[in-house]
Design a protein around this ligand. Structure first.
Ligand SMILES: [Zn+2]
Length: 215
């Protein structure tokens, strides 16, 4: 198969055609199924946005994301592969995993922001993450955490939780604007702020539950 057409004739923008593992005929690069023999095709390296057919953009409509994702998962449902060859079964499972991974990453604004920043070369999570020395952000974080630790009744904790929620909503829309205007540094800072506000809200809920039980 050394002379098999691996790519389309025209461009250097990446191969537009691949070879179907089953019938060995040409198949559109990234297609889920071969048009000729209908065999499921293995996942190709694509970012999560492209895999789901979305523009690389922070501003995702969750119902659209859901619709795309569940559409793919329906096509990959195990029932459809009950009678398929083991190889097709295994490929359909790796496709399902790839779509699931994309969906889980993009559906939550925080993981979506971290992923998008990573794609933009501003890694914020995991190994090699860029840190940010932002005094203002750190001070805000420390003050809020201290206030939470000092809140000794459910109503006081509730007020902190509410405040965090309102601020998290504002931080989320600011983050969307920063991505929309292409300001990576502001988006990175916005991501870190949103992340701690979400975490603070979770901690406040846990503390409120403890205080309520203690009464
Ligand atoms: Zn085929």
């Amino acid at each position: 198969m050394t002379n098999a057409p691996q790519t389309s004739a025209s461009t250097n923008n990446g191969p537009a055609l691949a070879v179907c593992w089953s019938c060995k005929g040409p198949v559109a690069w990234g297609a889920l199924f071969c048009d000729t023999c209908k065999a499921v095709q293995p996942p190709v390296p694509l970012d999560h946005f492209a895999r789901l057919g979305l523009k690389r953009d922070f501003d995702i409509k969750v119902p659209v994301l859901d619709q795309l994702y569940f559409g793919f998962q329906r096509q990959l449902h195990p029932d459809r592969f009950a009678a398929a060859a083991p190889k097709a079964k295994q490929i359909s499972q790796s496709q399902a995993v790839a779509f699931n991974d994309a969906y889980e990453t993009l559906k939550d604004p925080l993981t979506r922001a971290a992923y998008l920043l990573d794609l933009l070369g501003e890694k914020v999570e995991g190994e090699g993450a860029h840190t940010i020395a932002d005094e203002e952000l750190l001070m805000e974080q420390l003050e809020r955490r201290e206030a939470l630790m000092e809140a000794d009744n459910p109503a006081a904790v509730e007020a902190i939780a509410r405040h965090a929620k309102v601020d998290a909503e504002a931080a989320l829309s600011a983050l969307a604007s920063d991505f929309a205007s292409g300001d990576k540094i502001a988006a990175k800072r916005g991501y870190l702020r949103l992340k701690y506000l979400v975490k603070l809200g979770e901690e406040a809920r846990a503390r409120r539950a403890r205080l309520t039980l203690a009464r």
